[in-house]
Design a protein around this ligand. Structure first.
Ligand code: RAT
Ligand code: ZN
Length: 415
């Protein structure tokens, strides 16, 4: 049993540091996806979070930046955000934490020496290194069957790697349905001109084939802030008639990521999205109307977090996950994690990385783990103050659930 605050602190820190993580949502790819797997200093610097921050200082036309090669873009981002200003934004600091944890001399500010370091690795060795340094054991990819490059790999050269699991991402079916259905037609599915039972059957066939091909752990969509369910839109029809039945058949969750304001500045390309408040009522409707379906939900707006956590108290088929994208900042992770632990106890996935560059697993988890450890320490300390006695095993049990167990249990649950 833990007998002092000092011992508690030490057990929490060690357990959080040593527990292997399942990262439930990333944009990473296994090595068989070749160039789609991004890594190294130039990719780290070209992260779209940093591109957005760089443009706050640049006066050049957007096109001039986009026409530069990756190395020149990285140099400009480095100069603007790291040399001309202090890099304490979360995305900048992340680059430095990553370099530090890889053993590089952050104080040297010598970007070319960082480049030489990365050039010394094969991709396979580097993947091993990042998994080891970050403490991540498995990552869930974001797999888009509508992307031609990705599709070709799945069809021709995919090699399973037990560290990288798939999630079937179907945004085009919901936000660009007409074009998505035309693609299905091109690929030989018998899609009719209207959304009728035959068309739904063929969409279901498409989804089933890809779930099986990818061995997808869940089906996912990133949805706009004004996503509303139900309504009389095409996306409601596809969700009702295709996605929910397929998820039910395979007993896999439908993951909804709600709150994007797409391309509020199109000149910024991937960096041009914003955030808006979403409808928790839609999530509640889904959970209540489809009690045998499972839903994983993360929302992008800070204002939605409390309401979403309350909904999760009401629906066992709702698993809340992560501090997504613009919420992945220390002050907000701290606030949201505290509130979730207070409302939901251990029954939540406190974080996912959303890493797009392999190396980001290192900083995203390092930063989040430190905050989660602080919050856990406070919560266990409050328990100790009541006279409740806590063992090291119980802390390990809880942290294992938070860092992966809850996800795997939810996948196998049948409601
Ligand atoms: O966090 C991000 O990198 C965003 O650009 C999005 O990819 C978002 O996470 C998503 O999955 O749509
Ligand atoms: Zn994402």
């Amino acid at each position: 049993m833990i007998t002092s605050y000092k011992q508690l602190r030490q057990v929490v820190d060690t357990t959080v540091a040593n527990t292997k993580i399942t990262d439930v949502h990333t944009h990473l790819y296994s090595p068989c996806f070749k160039d789609m797997l991004l890594w190294g200093i130039d990719e780290l610097l070209n992260y779209h979070y940093l591109v957005a921050e760089t443009f706050r200082w640049l006066n050049i036309p957007y096109e001039d930046f986009w026409s530069m090669d990756k190395k020149a873009q990285a140099n400009l981002i480095w100069k603007t955000l790291f040399e001309d200003n202090s890099p304490y934004s979360e995305a900048c600091r992340g680059v430095l934490t990553t370099l530090k944890k890889l053993g590089l001399d952050v104080g040297s500010r010598d970007i070319d020496s960082y480049r030489s370091f990365f050039a010394g690795f094969s991709v396979e060795d580097y993947v091993d290194r990042v998994f080891e340094v970050s403490g991540v054991e498995k990552v869930i990819m974001t797999n888009n069957p509508f992307d031609q490059e990705e599709r070709d790999i799945w069809l021709n050269s995919y090699v399973p790697d037990s560290r990288f699991k798939a999630a079937l991402r179907i945004d085009p079916l919901l936000i660009d349905t007409c074009n998505a259905l035309n693609k299905l037609k091109d690929w030989g599915y018998n899609i009719e001109d209207e959304l009728n039972d035959n068309t739904y059957k063929e969409v279901i066939r498409f989804l089933s084939e890809w779930i099986e091909r990818m061995d997808a752990l869940y089906v996912a969509a990133s949805l706009p802030y004004d996503f509303c369910f139900p309504d009389d839109s095409v996306s409601t029809k596809i969700i009702e008639n295709c996605i929910l039945p397929v998820c039910m058949e395979y007993n896999i969750p439908f993951a909804l990521m709600i709150g994007v304001k797409r391309l509020i500045n199109p000149d910024l390309k991937l960096a041009g999205d914003g955030v808006g408040k979403g409808s928790v009522e839609s999530v509640e409707y889904l959970c209540a109307k489809y009690p045998h379906n499972k839903f994983m939900v993360t929302m992008l707006s800070r204002e939605n977090q409390h309401e979403l956590a309350v909904s999760a108290r009401k629906f066992r088929n709702l698993l809340v996950f992560g501090c997504w994208w613009f919420l992945n900042n220390p002050s907000l992770i701290d606030e949201i994690t505290r509130m979730r632990f207070e409302l939901l106890g251990v029954s939540v996935i406190p974080q996912h990385s959303d890493a797009r560059v392999l190396d980001q697993l290192i900083y995203k988890w390092e930063h989040s783990k430190n905050i989660i450890a602080d919050v856990l320490y406070d919560k266990y300390k409050d328990l100790m103050d009541t006279g409740w006695r806590i063992s090291e095993d119980e802390i390990e049990r809880d942290v294992q659930k938070l860092f992966g167990g809850n996800f795997w249990t939810f996948l196998s649950a049948k409601f």
